[in-house]
Write a protein that binds this ligand. Structure first.
Ligand code: FUB
Ligand code: ZN
Length: 701
């Protein structure tokens, strides 16, 4: 009875408190949702002023892009030889390759984004020279593919009947002709946006017109005049065609994207195993009947991104149930805690549900890049923060791990555990300066400059802020432009301060701010991972110093009011050290925990610890740990974590010892030489694996 009375009293206090809060505020924290489409604010309209992304953009400009342009010179050479061949100039022919040009196009896309941000005459000249070559390597009818134009495909020794077939569009399942063109369209659109020059864009549209004609109308020069009517084995062109449509306004390109999506798994199904399995390139079923993420994971996420684009652009809602179901299947059963996708090396793809190995994870950098693309598109369609939660985790953890802090060494494969000796990254036990197949570095070249484009989206009178980074932007609402500045040291800083400057004072509109899943009971959406410990504090929001109690709906808090110039919004997202466990179905993580802080997954790397990191176990998960801002040089600004742990003795005669385990953000590992690393740390010494126990720590401090 007493406790009943007490409960009633408590409830009354809460009601009074909430009423008081709303009475003292002129902010409506529960405005209705509009049904207008969300418009993203492109990266070029957001000025970064932060210590996390801006330095990365500088690395991109000073190192990654020049380095990658140099590494992709063989692709330019191949195109030159093709151009010479078309001009009738006798000479060396290109070497056969299915998609080397696509890597160049992606690097050029990244370079174009840099040109959008800052004029650079030398870079622009270099791009123009390459674009001349690309244009010259196009056949009169629009076809573009070095190996078939010059006939070198006939001599190619690849698996699968030549890997690209012996003539155009004769082996669409593996040739990558359409994949290459997709990347070319994306590069051409980016360059047109950056410079207004349309030479490359004209190459792209000419090629897209040709593809429409050959694939869906028929051309006597191809496939005996019959329409090819087959979807590409490697998706990519679908989402690129939507970009081409958006920039040209020509609906042919949108129709073409939709047709490729509609015929997937309908007009052609490979019959075989491995890379010829129907699931490998998501051709096992018509896309609307697909419910699970299967096969090659880069192909998959590019397909899902294209489906989301087509659905958003055409209003075809019939694609959405499949997208929802696939999204759930990924986050509930097939995603590593870093946002990485891909468990199986042989197919570079998804394994069975819950197969999420650590040492043997594939987690291709491109798949994580695609995971960001897919989730950003799902957010724009669904206005739900859960998608941006996944995009954020994939970006800060798996994507950023893909490149070293200097910008010139890369991971293709991103395991969650390594011994510092066994090769895992296409022949290396650590980062590589480049790869024969350079899809991953080139994807980093183009994704990083686009990151500011994840921050804001809007309708006519709502601003969604989904991503936190020090920046300034002007957002065009119906009632005028709203300047928004953000000050924060996110992802290490718990505070984000916004200043709002409407063009006209007392402008009424809604600000929506994402409250990340990681502030609650789990690190990332889905059923796979749960925190072991609770956060001592809850997130908070203040307007002009006044605390508000705003409900979270679809991952956002909503603040509707008449905004005045310099109104201050302070968001506090507490970032204690959290311990996560995986559900029991994930065998690789049984009895283990991962340490995270904010949106960052942490790992223990040999170089920071005086004992083998594989001899560590954590039998106490209550420690709040300590945060160290001691990083120097490349590590300046990166917070380390220290937590109490135990190290197991090397044999029964050596006792276990108390230890202080140093952890760094997973994205920063392997920047000080190749060393042992672990993300999922055992809770008991029984799980320590023998071979690892004996690994010495050569570089420990
Ligand atoms: O096939 C083109 C790219 O190369 C894929 O997306 C990557 O997985 C790699 O195989
Ligand atoms: Zn890749």
């Amino acid at each position: 009875m007493t406790s009943l009375l007490q409960n009633c009293k408590n409830a009354l206090y809460i009601v009074i408190f909430v009423l008081m809060l709303s009475a003292c505020s002129d902010t409506d924290t529960n405005p209705p949702d509009g049904d207008e489409t969300l418009i993203p604010i492109p990266f070029r309209e957001v000025t970064l002023q932060d210590d996390f992304w801006l330095p990365r953009l500088k690395v991109q400009k000073q190192t990654l892009i020049p380095f990658a342009l140099d590494k992709t010179r063989p692709a330019v050479e191949n195109l030159k030889k093709t151009a010479d061949y078309l001009k009738g100039i006798q000479g060396e022919l290109p070497f056969p390759h299915r998609f080397i040009a696509s890597d160049l196009y992606k690097v050029m896309e990244g370079a174009a984004y840099l040109l959008t941000l800052e004029k650079d005459t030398a870079l622009e000249r270099q791009m123009d020279e390459i674009i001349d070559v690309i244009a010259d390597a196009q056949q009169e009818d629009g076809y573009h593919y070095e190996s078939h134009i010059t006939g070198v495909s006939k001599n190619a020794e690849h698996w699968g009947g030549g890997g690209m077939g012996d003539k155009p569009y004769s082996w669409v399942v593996h040739s990558h002709e359409l994949y290459d063109m997709g990347h070319m369209y994306e590069g051409a659109v980016a360059y047109y946006q950056a410079t207004g020059k349309d030479k490359w864009l004209n190459v792209a549209t000419k090629n897209a017109n040709h593809i429409f004609h050959v694939f869906f109308e028929g051309d006597p020069e191809y496939n005996d005049g019959k329409p090819v009517n087959q979807a590409p084995g490697h998706e990519e062109i679908e989402l690129a065609l939507v970009k081409l449509y958006r920039i040209t306004g020509d609906s042919l390109y949108l129709n073409l994207a939709k047709r490729f999506i509609d015929i997937r798994g309908v007009t052609y199904k490979p019959e075989g195993e491995g890379v010829m399995a129907p699931e490998y390139a998501q051709q096992h079923l018509p896309v609307r009947e697909q419910t699970k993420a299967v096969g090659h994971s880069v192909r998959a996420v590019y397909l899902y991104s294209g489906m989301a684009d087509v659905s958003a652009q055409t209003g075809d809602t019939s694609l959405r149930p499949a997208l929802d179901s696939i999204w759930h299947n990924i986050v509930d059963t097939r995603m590593h805690i870093t946002g990485g996708l891909g468990a199986i090396h042989g197919i570079e793809g998804f394994g069975p549900e819950y197969l999420l190995p650590n040492k043997d994870a594939y987690n291709e950098t491109c798949a994580a890049v695609g995971n960001v693309f897919f989730n950003h598109r799902m957010f724009l369609m669904g206005k739900d923060g859960k998608y941006m939660d996944v995009a954020e985790i994939a970006l800060f953890n798996n994507v950023l791990a893909g490149v070293n802090l200097e910008g010139n060494k890369f991971f293709y494969v991103n395991p969650l555990e390594a011994d510092g000796k066994t090769p895992f990254n296409h022949g290396r036990a650590g980062r590589s300066p480049w790869f024969g197949t350079a899809c991953c570095p080139s994807n980093l070249a183009r994704l990083i400059p686009q990151v500011p484009g994840l921050i804001y989206a809007h309708t006519s009178d709502e601003i969604y802020c989904s991503f936190y980074a020090g920046s300034t932007v002007e957002i065009p609402l119906k009632k005028g432009k709203i300047k928004v500045t953000q000050k924060t040291n996110y992802p290490f800083d718990e505070k984000i301060e916004f200043r709002i400057h409407p063009e006209q004072n007392k402008s009424e509109f809604t600000m929506r701010l994402r409250i990340p899943t990681w502030t609650g009971t789990q690190f990332v959406p889905g059923k796979l991972y749960q925190y072991n410990n609770n956060a001592p504090d809850r997130w908070e929001i203040r307007i002009n110093g006044k605390k508000l109690n705003a409900p979270v709906k679809n991952g956002y808090i909503s603040l509707r009011r008449k905004w005045d110039t310099n109104d201050k919004l302070e968001l506090y997202l507490p970032m204690p050290v959290r311990y996560s466990r995986a559900i029991d179905e994930v065998e690789a993580d049984r009895g283990r925990v991962t340490i995270t802080r904010g949106p960052l997954v942490y790992c223990a790397e040999a170089v920071d610890n005086d004992f083998p990191v594989h001899s560590v176990y954590l039998d106490d998960m209550t420690s709040t740990g300590s945060i160290h801002h001691s990083g120097k040089d490349l590590f300046a600004g990166i917070d380390f974590i220290r937590i109490p742990a135990k190290t197991a003795g090397i044999n029964e005669n050596t006792p276990d010892k108390e230890a202080s385990l140093t952890l760094i953000p997973y994205y920063a590992w392997d920047n000080r030489g190749d060393s042992a690393m672990i993300v999922w740390i055992p809770k008991s010494k029984l799980l320590l694996s023998e071979p690892f126990l004996s690994i010495p720590n050569p570089d420990s401090k």
